[in-house]
Design a protein around this ligand. Structure first.
Ligand code: ADP
Length: 226
């Protein structure tokens, strides 16, 4: 569980992007919906510990991220994975890209292999394992980034527009994978414009408007009229 308590954040030279956000990303799937520029990406980055709030607190499984000592903070941050809307893929093969997060965490290649294979299989990437990642389409890159995130088995998974470039089949596949993770007790947050996806997969929805939580509750209730 990740809790934001009265979080404020301003980008350098920007207006206040978050103006006192309180929300909880629980086990299961939480969708963040709302207009462009309302603060969804900023909330995900704050929740992942990538941005530090100007005020307020971020609790990861009950521990205050920014008052933790550096070692504890690293441990907490590693329990959260954020997947960017237009993920970076690196030189090398799809398999190497999927293994990247595990390598960063110092997992030996031998040990990593099974997790990487499984993550690629879940996202239908097994056939592409030896392909050069740089040659992939935008949709395939998104799948690789998601596989890279799954390979490290995060307790908390934060996704920014995960289906933006996907065709129907892959969109369905991603929806299925996220539901499986949710059943396994992962807390998943998805910032999305995909209203149908939000309705289909989420347990809760939070409407963000102008740097604040405007509504939250069951997905059909929150998404009604949007
Ligand atoms: P959303 O994900 O809902 O589209 P964002 O969290 O990306 O919203 O943006 C929230 C606000 O912060 C917007 O007003 C946006 O213009 C501003 N913003 C986002 N990123 C930056 C940045 N790097 N520098 C300055 N302002 C930014």
């Amino acid at each position: 569980m990740i809790e934001l308590l009265d979080v404020r954040y301003s980008y350098p030279r920007g207006a206040e992007a978050l103006r006192g956000v309180a929300l909880t990303i629980r086990e299961g799937i939480t969708s963040l919906v709302g207009p462009n520029g309302s603060g969804k990406t900023t909330i995900l980055k704050i929740s992942a510990g990538l941005l530090r709030p100007a005020a307020g607190q971020v609790l990861v499984d009950g521990s205050d991220l920014w008052s933790a000592d550096p070692e504890e903070r690293l441990r907490l941050r590693r329990s959260v994975v954020y997947v960017h809307e237009s993920p970076v893929v690196m030189r090398g093969t799809v398999e190497e890209n999927v293994a990247f997060g595990l390598r960063l965490r110092g997992v030996p290649d031998e040990e990593a292999r099974e997790g990487v294979r499984e993550a690629m299989e879940m996202l239908g990437l097994s056939q592409l394992a030896s392909a050069s990642a740089r040659t992939l389409s935008a949709g395939q890159r998104q799948l690789v980034a998601l596989a890279r995130a799954l390979a490290v088995s995060p307790r908390h998974l934060l996704l920014d527009e995960p289906t933006a470039n996907l065709d129907r089949e892959n969109r369905r596949r991603v929806a299925r994978v996220l539901r499986t993770l949710a059943r396994e007790g992962v807390s998943v947050a998805v910032a999305t414009h995909d209203r149908l996806l939000a309705l289909e997969i989420s347990d809760r929805a939070v409407l963000i408007e102008d740097g604040l939580v405007a509504a939250e509750g069951g997905p059909s209730e929150v998404l009604e009229g949007l």
